[in-house]
Write a new protein. Structure first.
Length: 336
């Protein structure tokens, strides 16, 4: 009787539990296969949310192809045109700059007639080969890397008239015979706003040398260029970052006029300052400064840009093409 009684009580409790469970929402019903409809369970779907259960709102994906709103678009850039003056006005400005160079740039020279003709002829040849026609009167910086010359000349290039030489200073281009030193490449290189130059910090290396000049000196970045390795006789080439910069004013500037750099173009500090102040090759930088604060910050606030400013640097070689020389201890030199 005791076992029957216990069985009876268990059956009663089971029925009561089943009744309580069936009285709740369908969340407690038996699982059914994915996709089974209400007809398989024998119940109509219950749309009443269960007690204590939060139902999230339906997902919302905003469209990604919403057309841009014209009222939110940035205003178009108003880039000023490059300055254009007449040939006569360009010659007058070139004469004015030549006088200023003579009085303000150390080592400035107007050269002999033969040297001036060489600068002009070689510069025209390089510009023609590069297919970069001159469309406005402008200055071009011409550098002769000939080991016996090592000078620059500023040239007034005119679209439909003879070019004129203003004069220049000694420089130092890439030397040979030293490992990791490259021969400065010949060609036409443009000072574009695609690259932002910078200014020297004036810090010294382990030998106490300020490699790119005193603090604040301008550095013009002409981009990555292919150059011949000056320590290998096999004419092997590599990539260098071609720059124009000053050099240590105390220890190295007196050596200008001889190949000495790792491939860049070293110029006197006074020429560096003059180019920076009058923007001789900064025509495109002046344009960029009108809409880009980085260029505006780089250029001097008290600058006086010339209306015949250009953007081209032409490297020529008036002698036999510079050949690499073997570095006798190349394998023993440490990496820079």
């Amino acid at each position: 009787m005791r076992d029957v009684s216990r069985l009876t009580r268990f059956a009663v409790l089971l029925c009561a539990s089943t009744t309580m469970v069936m009285g709740l929402s369908p969340l407690t019903a038996c699982a059914r296969p994915d996709g089974a409809g209400p007809e398989l369970s024998g119940h109509q779907p219950d749309t009443t949310p269960s007690l204590g259960v939060s139902v999230p709102p339906p997902a919302s994906n905003p469209p990604t192809d919403t057309p841009p709103r014209p009222d939110l678009a940035p205003p178009p850039l108003d880039i000023p045109d490059l300055p254009v003056v007449s040939d006569e006005a360009a010659r007058e400005e070139a004469s004015r700059l030549a006088v200023l160079m003579k009085h303000n740039i150390k080592g400035f020279s107007t050269y002999t007639p033969e040297r001036r003709r060489a600068f002009l002829t070689l510069a025209k040849e390089q510009v023609t080969q590069a297919n970069m026609p001159i469309s406005r009167p402008q200055l071009i910086m011409v550098v002769d890397r000939n080991e016996q010359i090592q000078h620059l000349d500023y040239v007034l290039a005119l679209p439909d008239a003879p070019w004129e030489s203003l004069g220049g200073t000694p420089v130092s281009t890439g030397t040979t015979g030293r490992k990791y030193y490259y021969i400065t490449p010949i060609g036409v290189f443009q000072n574009t706003a695609d690259r932002l130059g910078y200014r020297a910090e004036g810090t010294k290396n382990k030998n106490g040398i300020r490699g790119i000049g005193a603090k604040g000196s301008r550095v013009w970045d002409m981009g990555w260029q292919t150059a011949m390795k000056g320590w290998l006789p096999r004419h092997e080439t590599g990539q260098i970052r071609l720059e124009i910069h000053a050099t240590d004013p105390q220890f190295l500037e007196w050596r200008l006029g001889h190949p000495a750099s790792e491939g860049c173009i070293r110029i006197p500090a006074t020429m560096n300052k003059f180019m920076d102040h009058y923007g001789l090759i900064d025509a495109l930088y002046e344009q960029a400064a009108s809409y880009d604060p980085r260029f505006q910050a780089l250029l001097p606030k008290d600058r006086q840009p010339t209306p015949i400013a250009g953007d081209l640097v032409v490297v020529v070689d008036s002698g036999p093409l510079t050949e690499p020389k073997i570095d006798p201890i190349a394998d023993k030199r440490p990496l820079p």
